[in-house]
Ligand binder design. Structure first.
Ligand code: TYD
Ligand code: ZN
Length: 405
């Protein structure tokens, strides 16, 4: 049995999606024969309960300089990070010359507010094109993968950090021991390492299996992060559940003994224990729902096609790579997908080769049905696309189950 990347324990597989492409590698029509595939399977560690994949995709393959994802593409996420930055400015980042480091800053969605407040900061992210947007906005960035050596270099050049923050990035890093060693080396005494990522509890509850793709190497729970922090000389001192991205959790860690854990940590550990989140039945049910959701979705799309209805995809998300490739949805069922990211437009979706078109193409030729791949932004998108519904258009969702609204 494979060994846990965190603790060396035995990892029990609970789902195998087979051969999958790199989720954010949108090929141009000329690049179709050069796609990279890997085996996407997930399991849970019998010892520390960390849910993880078995095959690691090379980081340069997942996060090249031209990585197309842009965090600022959602107004809800812009508000979320502005609020988060203001919270930290009012709590951790006061006093004498604090230094803020952000791992995976992307286009500066969070860094912008910290920079505008005049706080010393550094964003670390290998996605050169995305960080270029942050830099053009005046933020300080370093194009690099965050690991122990990077953290030591930053500390030597700029001094210790009071806060290391990271959103939707730490779970992407298989070699997380090096990340914690880096945080250990970089933080000042009493400083904290805070990260937020999709929450395993929400993923199994809502059967959002599309959250499983190459970048989400780990699916964190409070229990697994609690154990992981301890293993790497840290302590989980606070947790906060977030509604973004279909359900996420913010984990606050500090060097062991430097802060007193809040009651929320014990409460969430107990909640997960009561739910049996680390137990086999949860994963068996989840696996069964993945199969049935996929079956129902392809059956619906096939039926609509037979009836001569047109279905267009909405949001060329990374998540959708797992849905379309595992369920076998191609341009025959969904002729194109619209997306607001210029870097994805004019290309095709990885593996499934569905053309990606600009958002404006949606209203220019409303389909009868829109398959909402960006379901985590449903409220924002449906509010902006009211005209589609007003003209009789219908949304297809597949989380938590296949339904039409
Ligand atoms: P997102 O769900 O944030 O992430 P992931 O790629 O991790 O699954 O991706 C949202 C995608 O949807 C992104 O490519 C931008 C696109 N999008 C739109 O086209 N229109 C919108 O109004 C929003 C909010 C997103
Ligand atoms: Zn483990």
């Amino acid at each position: 049995m494979p060994e846990c990347r965190i603790c060396g324990g035995a990892v029990q597989r609970f789902f195998d999606f087979g051969r999958q492409p790199v989720s954010n590698a949108f090929p141009t029509p000329e690049e179709l024969d050069r796609e990279h595939f890997y085996r996407l399977a997930v399991g849970v560690c019998a010892a520390c309960t960390m849910v993880q994949q078995f095959e690691e995709v090379a980081r340069e393959q997942m996060f090249p300089g031209e990585y197309p994802y842009r965090s600022s593409g959602s107004s809800v996420m812009r508000e979320h990070f502005e609020r988060t930055a203001r919270h930290f400015l009012a709590t951790e980042l006061g006093g004498d010359d604090p230094f803020y480091v952000e791992v995976g800053c992307n286009d500066g969605i969070m860094l912008g507010t910290v920079r505008a407040a005049g706080v010393r900061h550094l964003g670390v992210d290998p996605a050169e094109a995305a960080t270029g947007v942050a830099a053009a906005d005046g933020a300080r960035v370093r194009v690099a993968f965050f690991e122990e050596s990077t953290a030591r270099e930053v500390r030597a050049a700029e001094g210790p950090a009071r806060l290391i923050f990271s959103a939707n990035t730490i779970s992407h890093i298989a070699y997380i021991d090096s990340v914690f060693a880096g945080a250990h080396a970089l933080l000042e005494e009493g400083g904290i390492f805070v990260f937020e990522d999709r929450y395993l509890g929400d993923i199994v509850e809502h059967a959002s299996f599309d959250q499983i793709y190459d970048e989400h190497f780990y699916l964190f729970s409070v229990r697994s992060v609690h154990a992981m922090a301890e293993r790497f000389g840290f302590e989980l001192v606070d947790v906060e559940h977030l509604s973004v991205h279909g359900g996420a959790m913010r984990y606050t860690t500090a060097r062991a003994g430097e802060r007193t854990p809040t009651a929320a940590v014990a409460e969430w550990l107990e909640r997960e224990r009561t739910r049996g989140l680390a137990e086999a039945p949860v994963y068996e049910r989840f696996a069964a729902r993945i199969e049935s959701n996929c079956r129902e979705l392809t059956a619906l799309l096939t039926k609509l096609k037979a009836e001569g209805r047109r279905v267009v995809g909405y949001g060329a998300t990374s998540k959708s790579a797992t849905v379309v490739n595992y369920c076998g949805i191609g341009p025959d069922l969904v002729p194109y997908v619209v997306d607001s990211t210029p870097q994805k437009q004019g290309r095709v979706t990885p593996g499934s080769h569905i053309p990606v078109r600009p958002s404006a193409d949606f209203a220019a030729d409303y389909p009868e049905y829109a398959l909402l791949f960006a379901w985590n932004h449903a409220e924002e998108i449906m509010a902006k696309e009211q005209e589609f519904r007003a003209r009789g258009g219908k949304w297809i969702l597949y989380v938590p189950d296949v339904h039409v609204v």
